[in-house]
Structures are given as C-alpha cells and as structure tokens.
Design a protein around this ligand. Structure first.
Ligand code: AOF
Ligand code: ZN
Length: 336
C-alpha cells in the first residue's frame, strides 16, 4: 500500500477534479506483477492502468489500491467489474469511495466472490486527496483563506493602499499555493477597488502567467464591469450573484470545484468565518507597522477577549530575509 500511495502521488499528474489513485497488482507469491496510477480526469483509472500492464497474469492476483474501486461508468468504465473480469482474487484498498456516483465497488466485488479488505493506511490515502475527500464528504469545496498582514494586523493603510504588504518571496509563495487550488474567490468590492488579475503567475517572473489557471470567481450583488482585469481572457471567470457564502460554495461545488482560495477582503473573510466555512487559514505576516488602517478581517462579533476566535497552528515558515522577511502561518480554525 505504501508503494500504491507513492504511485498515486507520481509527479506530472495534472491537478483536476479526480482523486489521485495508485494500484499494485501482486502475484499469489507476493511479487509485483504490475503497477498503475490514475493520470487525471478522462484517463484510465489506476486499476485499469495496472490491469492493462499485467495482462493474463492478473488472474488470481491481489490488487492493492489506494481508493475503493469505483462502481460506475463515468468518464471511464467501472473498475470493480474490470477487476472481476480480469480474474483478480483479492482486493485490498485504503480509502472508501464515498462519492455518491462511484460508491459500492467493494460490495460488487464481494458479490462476485472477490475477497475484499478495506481501510489499510486509510488516513494516509485521505491525506493524498485532502480536498477531494473533503468535497465528497461535505458537498462543498474546501476553503483556504489567505491574507497578508502587517505586524499589527493591518491589510491596508488608512488611505486604502496595500501594495505591498507582503514581500516578494511571500508573493511568489502565494502563487505556488494558488496553483494547488482550483478556484480563486473574491468579493465584488475587491474587484472594484483593487482590480486584481487573479491569475497564477510564474515564480521567477511575476508577469508571466502559468499554463494552468484557476477559475476566477467573484461573489456579490454589484456588477463586475467588463473592463475589470478578472474578466480578461487569461482564465475562466464567473460572477456569483450572492452574498451568502453557503450559496457561493454550493454553486462552485456544482461546477466540480474542490479547493477554493479565498482572497477576498475583510468583509468576505468575516462572512466565511462566521458561517463556519473557512477550513484553513494562511497568513503572511510582514515586519511592518501601520498603527492605523484596515484590519485583515471584518467584524467577527467579538467584544470581549473570552470570545476571541482561536486557531490551531499547523505550520510556521519563514520566507525571504532581511527587510523582505515574511512569516507564513498555516492554521486551522477551532470549532466554536
Ligand atoms: C477508481 N480508480 O483511479 C480513480 C477513481 O469521471 P471518472 O469516470 O474518472 O470517475 C471519477 C470518480 O471515480 C472519482 O470522483 C472517484 O469517485 C473515482 N475515482 N476510482 O476506482 C481510480 N481515480
Ligand atoms: Zn475506477
């Protein structure tokens, strides 16, 4: 299974709506017959990839796979049936597939007389597809709220200027994080005030867009004028005409979105936090003081210290050096 997990995370697989899955076919003696992995939506599933490499040798084999074999005909055929047809005797999988369209593979296999064991290294497998797993289980995308702030918690000066709170190394890092998501979400206010591009750009050259771009989603009731940069043709754009975070995420989930990078202003951030819809927080803290200015987050309904929102820190990383030093904190909001 450790090998299957390594296959699942093979480099070069494009980020997409499908989970990353690896599969190893073992002979009854325990030797490896073939390996396979899924290369993204539309390409063969990991089991089918491994079966194709094993050919006739798959008869009587054990399939070790990081996700419960699927039971449905989607972009490709059902893996459970492919395993049965190939004469596989035993299937060991890590994570159960709770995707309503694909679930039921283990039962299908058992009905066909295949021995099935599930749950081996399930936590590790879930971690490989953290956002996919989250989206399938919650029916909405995973939300990472990212913001940059001065030492005194300001994201913009009193006159509204905010270029640049974060240092260049931190901005490069932000593009790296963006590239791991599938959607960037801001409010109409941010688009009207800052006119951001919301594209993923090259690390070495901030003006060079990368090949893979995210969906640029803008939420809010105000119109987004046609000359705004989010509406150029560098990437897809959608205007969600709602101020309700639940509604916005529902609309994005319906578009197969699993990981939203929330880069909106303080009002939007507060709305998502209050709705319990922030799953991860990434803060870049700059060695800079403003004294006055706009807070990184709007009203959270807190008037006394006992009501403060608490976050669990999962990572602290120092980026850049000297005046360009920024600290990146990755955090999980605690239940309230
Ligand atoms: C497997 N093996 O390698 C993968 C599975 O659109 P499709 O046909 O590619 O189906 C996607 C769904 O199938 C996906 O959401 C997940 O439930 C399952 N993915 N299943 O048996 C694989 N990638
Ligand atoms: Zn499948």
């Amino acid at each position: 299974m450790t090998r299957a997990l390594a296959l699942a995370t093979s480099p070069g697989v494009p980020l997409g709506p499908n989970p990353r899955v690896g599969c190893v076919l073992l002979s009854p003696m325990g030797t490896t017959l073939a390996e396979g992995f899924h290369r993204g939506a539309g390409s063969p599933h990991a089991e089918v990839d491994a079966l194709a490499r094993a050919g006739d040798r798959a008869r009587g084999a054990t399939a070790v796979v990081t996700l419960e074999p699927c039971n449905h005909t989607g972009r490709t055929g059902p893996c459970a049936e492919a395993l049965v047809a190939a004469g596989v005797a035993r299937v060991v999988y890590a994570q159960a597939d709770t995707n309503p369209v694909a679930e039921g593979g283990a039962a299908t296999l058992r009905r066909a007389g295949v021995e099935v064991v599930g749950g081996l290294l399930a936590d590790e497998a879930r971690a490989v597809n953290r956002e996919w797993t989250f989206a399938v289980e919650h029916g909405r995308p995973f939300v990472t709220w990212k913001f940059a702030t001065t030492l005194d918690g300001r994201s913009a000066a009193a006159d509204g200027t905010s270029r640049w709170v974060s240092s260049r190394p931190a901005r490069i890092d932000t593009h790296r994080l963006r590239a791991r998501c599938d959607t960037i979400l801001v409010g109409t206010e941010t688009v009207l005030v800052d006119d951001p591009q919301l594209t993923v750009r090259d690390e070495a050259d901030e003006n060079l867009p990368r090949e893979r771009q995210l969906l640029r989603a803008v939420m809010g009731l105000r119109d987004v004028p046609a000359d705004r940069r989010v509406r150029d043709d560098a990437a897809d754009f959608v205007h969600l005409r709602t101020r309700d975070p639940h509604e916005a995420l529902g609309a994005l989930f319906a578009r197969d979105r699993q990981h939203v990078f929330l880069e909106g202003g303080p009002t939007l951030a507060a709305a998502f936090l209050r709705a319990g819809l922030v799953d991860e927080v990434v803060a870049y803290v700059a060695p800079m003081l403003l004294g006055t200015g706009r807070s990184a987050v709007g009203d959270l309904g807190v008037t006394t210290i006992a009501d403060a929102w608490h976050l669990a820190v999962t990572d602290v990383t120092v980026l850049g050096e000297g005046e360009e030093t920024n600290v990146r904190l990755t955090m999980t909001p605690q239940d309230r």
